[in-house]
Design a protein around this ligand. Sequence first.
Ligand code: ASP
Ligand code: MG
Length: 408
Amino acid sequence: MALIVQKYGGTSVANLDRIKEVAKRVIKTREEGYDVVVVVSAMAGETDRLLNLAREAAPEPDERELDVILATGEQISSALLAIVLNSMGYKAKSYLGHQIKITTDSFHGKARITSVDAEKIFSDLHEGRIVVVAGFQGEDERGDITTLGRGGSDTTAVAIAAVLGADLCEIYTDVDGVYTTDPNICEQARKLDRISYDEMLEMASLGTKVLQIRSVEFAKKYGVTIHVRSSFNETKGTIVCEEDTEMEKALVSGVTYDKNQARIEITKVPDRPGVAARFFDAISAANIVVDMIIQTASLEEGYANMAFTISKTDFPRALGIARSLARELGAKDVIAEEDVAKVSMVGVGMRSHSGVASKMFRALAKEGINIKMISTSEIKISCIIDTKYTELAVRSLHEAFELGKERK
Ligand code: ASP
Ligand code: MG
């Protein structure tokens, strides 16, 4: 029998009425002749509630214990769904991560799945059961409970789909799919029918929140086809899959933005070997992830300017490090900018088309938006701009690349 893994997010299981709707959908799939494994998130708001509770107990709760608490959210929703399915006359059984041997490494709060035991699931399916799995959790080699990071149920679902060799992994959420850009700021935003793993990976890491990045990495690695769709209607969503020639025809697939950015520039650093190393060693030792880096050196004067971006959350610490190193290295000044945003264009079509970057810069220039930094990869171009222009930039780029029009 064909097998479908369905994952329902927090808003889809927010209360008993919603859980009953989910049960109906699961049953419908079952009646269509599929074996169904369901992965659920905690009920909406529950993970935040648990997190706050733990932080009330101690501002920096012990990581191991925090995971024990956080994992309870999914324990409740998975059992509730199994109870409802049983009451509707369908055999169902819920499992916590460790019960089906979802084994992870030991990085509490951001653990990675290393293996899943498919045996138990297969034997339940064989006996005609619907299997419900608590998302977001696993167990490490020591037998301690771990969690996979916020949004981690997506990854649970894809990992299970990979291990079971499922025909499809449906991710049910509260939006209709993946859009060309944020519909909240651009009316013309259009739902994409299909998007490649690579594009989705870029979009997810650039701020599109529909899927946890790691779930897409998994899907790509194991060739799991994902269907992102809404649990609130019957509309077809977006298929995330292998790249095809159709996708390449489009210049770009989406525009994303990220306001959680900050920029620091150190001016007139003595230009000699080891300076950048010294600097970014200190930043990474503080566990701060640097995104863009630009260094410009003036050959004549023997100085370099160094600019980089980080997330706003890391800004105060990064600034502290920059100031003390600037002093130590004899740099002239440290310029800090907290009100910057990153707008990016993503598309596999960029690999084979030239002129995307210049078209992007032109569109921004036309609106009088100054570009502070640029970075590119094979399928992405990002610009740092003033935060206050974010919405304008997104709308004009969406317009310039005609993303509101159907792909032909
Ligand atoms: N409940 C967890 C969270 O809110 C995991 C998930 O929903 O995927 O992040
Ligand atoms: Mg989610």
